[in-house]
Design a binder for this molecule. Sequence first.
Ligand code: HEC
Ligand code: HEC
Ligand code: HEC
Ligand code: HEC
Ligand code: HEC
Length: 427
Amino acid sequence: MERWRLRSLLALAASAIYLYGFPSTTISYELLVLFHLAIGILLTALLLPFLFRLQRVDAPLARIGWAFLVVGAVLGVVLIFIGTLSRLKPWLFAHIALCVVGSLFVATAWMASHGWLGTTATHRIFRFAGLVLATTAIAAGAWWSRETAWRNANRIVNPQMPAASMDGEGDGPQGKFFPSSAQTKHNSYIPAKYFMQSDACQRCHADIYKQWYSSAHHFSSFNNQWYRKSIEYMQGVAGVQASKWCAGCHDPSLLFSGLFDKPIKEIVDRPEAKAGLSCLMCHSIVQVKSTMGQGDFVLEYPKLHELAASDNPVVRTLHDFLVRVNPEPHRRTFLKPFMRTQTAEFCASCHKVHLDVPVNHYRWVRGFNEYDNWQASGVSGQGARSFYYPANPMMCADCHMPQVRSGDSRARTRRCPRRIRIRRSWS
Ligand code: HEC
Ligand code: HEC
Ligand code: HEC
Ligand code: HEC
Ligand code: HEC
């Protein structure tokens, strides 16, 4: 029995280090989550009866260690039911801390019983200090691997020199989406259906969905009659290819699936033409390559999304359970750090345009540009006038998506259920 206890403890510790240090959106990671839960439940079941026999354990260190582990394990089981959303982080960290300290003591007692800690008191103290150092190093390493690379991933940085003409933007004239600067990972098409599944998000983010539903972003495609008419006119005078430039910012469902290669009159009545800028447009942008606008971003189609949108009740339940138990892969799939830290540069990818020969068959002309005006203004914290403005710079989201309380009790994006603050989409 003792051997099994130690073995499952080892399996739990190893899987925990991996789960914490290397979150990723892969089937193998999710399987490891399930593995950790299953072994955790098993160990808890083994530990509870053992608790009453603890007095009989000789080594005091082992006794304290197992006691810590029992509390940590029970908290772990509670976490399976309540999930590990941001607001529950203190509980997750309590679970981790209790289990780490418990494992450290049990490991020390086990080594002592095998004579590996040495015989003199000095030996023991030094080797125990070594163990503590090693544990701290592993914890720090896991934290470093989880946080630093992720935070610095794909920061928005401008190239040294802008392209001399539109031909140097995005994939160039050979690209699938030219003259839009938009690109997709692996240069592949993305199924149109993907951008039409905002309802899949509504399940858990009902408030945000409601706000988005009546926003301009929802009505950016041919469900906006001014835009539809503009494209009809443009295709008449400049052709279909040139109008793909507009689609990079207005019609993700049509452009990234290849449907926009057809003239508007063949596609205008399709449901894809009414999807607008859905949740999955903004939340699939994995990189913004400059502040030049023109849709200068890279989109990624997260394969696992098919599980979230699945109609199969078993798959869906499992997905929802995993998102609640460990939302980190979900968070990392749908929100890259630059969306929060460099929101203005993110918005600039669509809110700044210039036209050039491939679009207007004439010459370079600046279109509308909200980014540069914001940057030059005082509120950005980047212009000379910022000297006179309040201490904290304001990004686009601070005015256009102010934090509001939310009633979403299922996703519980922030704070307690029913009284969560979320970004209100689009004033
Ligand atoms: C099963 C419920 C569920 C579904 C369906 C769901 N989410 Fe989430 N979402 C969550 C949870 C839980 C969190 C984490 C909240 C927390 O940690 O407080 C979250 C967080 C997020 C975040 C914030 C990430 C961060 O770093 O703070 C974004 C963005 C997001 N979801 C987008 C989406 C999009 C887009 C969809 C639709 C494809 C979607 N979600 C569908 C449950 C869900
Ligand atoms: C994928 C491209 C894209 C991104 C990214 C984007 N927008 Fe937009 N936005 C648009 C388009 C296109 C419209 C116009 C839709 C329409 O009316 O047809 C628009 C409209 C708006 C409007 C309404 C404008 C009006 O005249 O009423 C606001 C406000 C806005 N966006 C703010 C933002 C903010 C803030 C961000 C960054 C968080 C952002 N947008 C990111 C494409 C984008
Ligand atoms: C770089 C991204 C981008 C490109 C390319 C782009 N737009 Fe827009 N479009 C926007 C944004 C962002 C807005 C909202 C801006 C604002 O209100 O100031 C907008 C607004 C509009 C509007 C006003 C919608 C309304 O309801 O008021 C029309 C019409 C429009 N665009 C048509 C076009 C056409 C036609 C093209 C191609 C010739 C095009 N756009 C290319 C991003 C873009
Ligand atoms: C025009 C781009 C855009 C669209 C469309 C969009 N979002 Fe977001 N979303 C953002 C940005 C940018 C942020 C981060 C804002 C910040 O924290 O500064 C964000 C934040 C979030 C968050 C985290 C909220 C929080 O309180 O931190 C969730 C959840 C989310 N979005 C879900 C959705 C869902 C669901 C939809 C569709 C109904 C949607 N978004 C549509 C750009 C967008
Ligand atoms: C300090 C608050 C604030 C910040 C920061 C801010 N805006 Fe605005 N924005 C406003 C207000 C207020 C209006 C309405 C102005 C009006 O109606 O004349 C507006 C209007 C707009 C419009 C509609 C323009 C139109 O022609 O009707 C768009 C699009 C927009 N902002 C995008 C952005 C983007 C993108 C950013 C970041 C680069 C940004 N805003 C930053 C407050 C802000």
